[in-house]
Design a protein around this ligand. Structure first.
Ligand code: HPA
Length: 270
């Protein structure tokens, strides 16, 4: 795996001819941050050796190198989900590659179902912690000591300083943000009302089908992580209505400008 990671990173380094410090993974309906990037190089995933190819609607599937304000960034427009059939090693491979390109910070966004009864659809939530409910672990198997330790600490997954800065940016721009725990599940089914209730009882504020594998791998390699989520539907008893992927995308896109503002300012200030 290490050789593949290094080969892919070399390919990207050659194409971009730079060492960006910031990696970004953009979630469902949240690709709009790309509009803010002054794009220098855009590489479709299909051209990147060893990269899986993204299949879900709403995921363009390209790696973008450019500047966001004063920062050089490498952004993944479209991620690889476990439910698409990829193994956890495939889902998280791009994060490994980002690290070997030189990235030190990883910013991730996603859409999620809301579990916290005090919150509403459209809410922007800074992720403070996660609960891993995926049926396969990205670090299962032989550990590559060069990448990180066998038993990585997970007590400080989501960087506190970045979270505090994000809250300050939100306050200064009159954007309401919440902070909470993201439960990562396999999908592709949305939850039944009983499952939403269970995840709430277990300590979750949000539930979604991504992010946790990438964050685990990022922390394995000691990258600083910031995660932000948009509540696109409610899993709160009495509020649950039928939902579709299209509706999730629509709600995410509506809330996106505010999320983009937070991310952009945060990245500039790291
Ligand atoms: N459940 C799981 N994943 C999701 C949801 C949800 O309700 N909304 C957006 N992604």
């Amino acid at each position: 795996m290490l050789e593949k990671i290094k080969a892919t990173a070399s390919y990207i380094k050659e194409r971009i001819n730079a060492t960006p410090e910031v990696g970004i993974i953009l979630g469902t309906g949240l690709g709009g941050l790309v509009k803010e990037i002054d794009i220098k190089v855009s590489i479709p995933y299909s051209e990147i050796p060893n990269f899986p190819v993204s299949t879900v609607d709403g995921h363009a599937g390209r790696l973008i190198y450019g500047t966001l304000g004063n920062r050089e960034v490498l952004a993944m427009q479209g991620r690889f989900h476990f439910y698409e059939g990829y193994s956890m090693k495939e889902v998280t491979f791009p994060v490994r590659v980002l690290k070997y390109v030189g990235v030190t910070h990883l910013f991730v966004s996603n859409a999620s179902g809301g579990l916290n009864p005090d919150w509403h659809v459209g809410e922007i939530v800074i992720i403070s912690d996660h609960i891993n409910f995926f049926p396969e672990h990205p670090l299962r198997g032989k550990n590559e000591n060069e990448l990180g330790p066998r038993f990585p600490d997970m007590s400080k997954c989501y960087d506190e300083r970045l979270r505090n800065k994000a809250k300050l940016i939100a306050l200064e721009n009159n954007i309401v943000v919440k902070e909470g725990v993201y439960v990562g599940v396999s999908g592709p089914t949305f939850e039944t009302p009983s499952e939403y209730k269970m995840f709430r009882l277990l300590g979750g504020d949000l539930v979604g089908m991504s992010t946790v594998p990438e964050v685990i791998v990022a922390r394995h390699m000691n990258l600083k992580v910031f995660g932000i989520s948009i509540v696109t539907d409610s899993g709160v008893p009495g509020e649950i209505v039928e939902i579709s992927h299209e509706e999730v995308q629509e709600v995410a896109m509506k809330a996106e400008p505010k999320m983009t503002l937070i991310m952009k300012n945060l990245i500039q200030g790291i």
